[in-house]
Design a protein around this ligand. Structure first.
Ligand code: TRP
Length: 448
């Protein structure tokens, strides 16, 4: 298997283009769907605190390492690992497999979003009210309906990719991402001023150290990687399109800052509303699907705002799902010279195929593995088991195998950019991240 040599044929991002694309990949269902429900089911403020601590330490260290590796090698994950050391190529395969598996449930949730969006167009929030919980449960356990919407979601993905990332995604990103920020702020203000919202704000911001457990730490670490798209091949692949003159340290700060701002805003929208409307914060994956329509139903202009909001979630999900398919597609093209169109259609179909049992497993007679629905099983295997291993291998490769001088040269561009954090970063990468990730992996995999 040969990798395509680096060169202009791979295309290049401008630095702003990279930040937009990296933020587009990072900001997605992980922020808007997952972060609020994880916070709800992991004790509130304590989860947020642990999440932020891990974000600025291990998240930053791994992010910078992944960007440096991608930019240096200008290759897909397999090629990048192999360039530093032949023996490590196998680790790069995780960067191809993981995004594929994520895509199989990402498109199912994308399907739920599509269903909500279309019902908002039809009859507004009243389509889900008064019992938003019953609506959600009926949707996900239906054998046909979510799958039809999943097909619609995948079809939109295909259209975007065929229009071209540059014309489709990049241009739309510039409008939709700022719009998402503004709407989230408006919604957060609305949610925080609902009667009874104060309890939710307290729950979200006040860490209760009694609920700190190894499970909380494990959930937070897994979420940091998932939300930043780390250890999943994507940041690496995107960084491989970066021009030589790029301040990586700055990028490794900006992307997580944007990403976590969106996650926190999503928390300020959801949790106060959960308390105000008397829902249980531990509701799990259905949380935003159950609470948000209830808020929209109760607020002036709720139908329009609700439609806009689900449109933006849909957009955030699309910029991520398109990015999820990029590492496997890039690998098929680089390695087997499959034409891009064929590679894209093939990956979409493969993802849909696995999405069928994933979606069906939420139904009454769904496929169960080890006491988990197949849906939860795929999430568990990818996020709890594979992503931490992939991130651990990345830390070890960049921290120990790749020569320090060469790393420094890549990140500082021979002194052109400040790399004052070098020694702290190395300590994090060598001595903090690997044991922390390993211990968490023992917990999240169920071994401990
Ligand atoms: N970060 C994305 C989100 O928060 C999910 C994700 C993980 C992802 N790894 C990825 C997206 C790789 C694109 C590429 O929703």
């Amino acid at each position: 298997m040969k990798e395509k040599p680096s060169g202009t044929s791979r295309g290049q991002f401008s630095n702003v283009g990279f930040i937009l694309a990296a933020a587009g990949s990072a900001i997605g269902l992980g922020n808007l769907w997952k972060f609020p429900y994880l916070t709800g089911s992991n004790g509130g403020g304590i989860f947020v605190l642990v999440y932020l601590v891990i974000l600025v330490t291990i998240g930053f260290a791994c992010g910078l390492a992944e960007m440096a590796l991608g930019k240096h090698t200008k290759l897909n994950p397999v090629g990048a690992f192999r360039t530093i050391s032949k023996k490590w190529a196998i680790a790069g395969f995780l960067g191809i497999l993981i995004p594929f598996f994520i895509s199989t449930y990402y498109v199912v949730i994308g399907g739920w979003i599509t269903d909500y969006l279309f019902h908002f167009i039809g009859s507004g929030a009243s389509a889900m009210a008064p019992d938003t919980e019953a609506y959600f449960n009926a949707l996900i356990s239906d054998p046909i309906r979510p799958l039809l919407w999943t097909c619609v979601f995948v079809a939109i993905n295909l259209v975007i990719v065929s229009v071209g990332i540059k014309n489709g995604i990049e241009r739309a990103n510039k409008v939709m991402m700022p719009a998402l920020f503004v709407l989230l702020i408006v919604m957060a203000i609305r949610a925080c001023t609902l009667p009874g919202a104060m309890d939710g704000i307290r729950f979200f911001l006040q860490p209760d150290f009694k609920s700190l457990s190894m499970d909380t730490v494990a959930a937070a670490l897994v979420q940091v990687f998932f939300s930043l798209s780390l250890g999943t091949g994507c940041t690496l692949t995107y960084a491989s399109y970066l021009p030589k003159e790029t301040d990586l340290v700055r990028n490794a700060l900006i992307v997580p800052a944007l990403d976590s701002t969106v996650a926190l805003l999503a928390g300020f929208v959801t949790l106060p509303a959960v308390f105000a409307f008397g829902f249980a914060p531990e509701a799990g994956p259905g949380l935003i699907f159950i609470t948000l329509p209830a808020i929209f139903n109760a607020m002036p202009f709720g139908n329009i705002l609700g439609f806009l909001f689900f449109l933006l979630i849909m957009f955030a999900a699309l910029t991520s799902s398109v990015a999820l398919l990029e590492p496997p597609i890039a690998w098929l093209i680089d390695t087997f010279r499959v034409p891009r169109k064929r590679a894209t259609i093939g990956m979409c179909l493969a993802s849909l195929l696995v999405a069928v049992p994933v979606s069906l497993s939420n139904g009454p007679n769904g496929w169960q593995i080890g006491g988990r629905s197949f849906f939860d099983f795929v999430i568990h295997i990818t996020e709890d088991l594979m992503i931490p291993i992939s991130a651990l291998l990345l830390c070890l490769l960049v921290g120990y195998v790749w020569k320090r001088d060469s790393v420094r040269q890549e990140i500082s561009q021979g002194g052109m950019y400040s790399f004052r954090v070098e020694s702290v970063w190395y300590v994090l990468l060598r001595y903090v991240a690997p044991p922390a990730i390993f211990f968490v992996w023992l917990t999240s995999s169920g071994i401990l």
